[in-house]
Design a binder for this molecule. Sequence first.
Ligand SMILES: [Zn+2]
Length: 227
Amino acid sequence: MTVAPRKDASAMESEVREKIHLEILKRTGAYHANDHVLLPSGQHTTEYIEKTLVTTEPSFTEGLGAVIAKHFAPWPVDVVLSTGPAALILSHCVARAHPSRPVVVYGMKGMASGKRRVTLPVEFQRLIREGTKVLVVEDLVSTGATLELLIDLVEQMGAHVVGVGCLWRRTSVELNGKPVFSLVSRDFPTYSPEDCPLCRRGVPLNEEFVRRRNQRRPPSVQEKRGS
Ligand SMILES: [Zn+2]
């Protein structure tokens, strides 16, 4: 009789945890799995995350934020730094649940002469100085390029990055050697239409997300008179 190799308890535990977190993201409508999705790049994939829906359920966001806070609870944190306004709701929930009662600030991402660039709004600059302990929070990490810049910026200001907490990490890139904690750590393959196994099996292509981006104009109102 052969016995399947047993996974150690911590690997199994993190697998279970990840499943729970995926289920939560599914319930917010942000995570789509077992699909055949057209991406804005023209590539096809089986899974998709609608970033803007990730933090629409307050109790879920609070729960997920608390898990990240719990992970970093042994380290004192003065400031939770959101990578941008988009990750601010999650950052708030992390800061709220962290025993150090850190303040929350956010960075700004942009492009300058074709290159990625991050800055801190001037009002926040006095909150991050020599010796400040900073926990960086991001919703979805794909390449980690913005995070690396933000870590550099914080360190240039003389502060110390305790770690990076995120909901989802698509890559296993090292972020300047900082400890990274993600609720879900999962990548999914993307295919060009010619090589797509789902196309080959005749699975209908879901173009909803690209169509939504390109065609549907959100309802808007405009001020009628100058005030
Ligand atoms: Zn396909």
